[in-house]
Design a protein around this ligand. Sequence first.
Ligand SMILES: Cc1cc2nc3c(=O)[nH]c(=O)nc-3n(C[C@H](O)[C@H](O)[C@H](O)COP(=O)(O)O)c2cc1C
Length: 179
Amino acid sequence: MSHSVLEAIYTRRSIREFTNESVTLADLQEIIKAGIWAPSGLNNQPWRFAIVTDEEVRAKLSETTHYSRIVLGAPALIAVYLDREAMYDDVKDHQATGACIENMLLATEALGLGAVWLGQILKNKDKVNEILGLSSQYDLMAVLAIGHPQHRRQKSSRKGLDIFILKTFLQEGSDVFQK
Ligand SMILES: Cc1cc2nc3c(=O)[nH]c(=O)nc-3n(C[C@H](O)[C@H](O)[C@H](O)COP(=O)(O)O)c2cc1C
């Protein structure tokens, strides 16, 4: 189990080109289910979702972002929201929603699908809510564009671990830190 989780973490890439094949509602629900099993402070589960596969709605949403090509090309979108009325702590509720979204991306990978986390669209979040008929009670956190990847040749990179670890206080005799 832990091996497949690590594998999904390391092999997941943002997918921005999709085939025309549609994504089943069952898969979209599974992705959301993985999202809602993320931890949240007080287990308040402040996240909410809107599922969009309708072509007309996708076309309208595509006009709200610089990444219209991705939105138009993805057979499915999931808009992830924070429900302001379910919140108890600004920072913690945003952190929980980030955990939820990452769970969703890993679930997408596990289902053999691909996705990209779209954040630029937040610039027009009011417009997105208007298109989806949602009030300002729901604060848009991200839109996930989901589909079957056209290919998996995407490359990404990360800086070395040593850049991120500020301090290490090792118990004498414990394993030597490996770069
Ligand atoms: C908060 C956030 C916002 C992002 N917004 C966009 C976006 O608007 N458009 C896009 O193409 N990718 C977006 N991405 C994807 C990142 O570009 C991508 O995760 C990063 O380049 C690392 O690549 P990888 O996901 O393949 O490892 C976003 C990712 C995060 C976490």
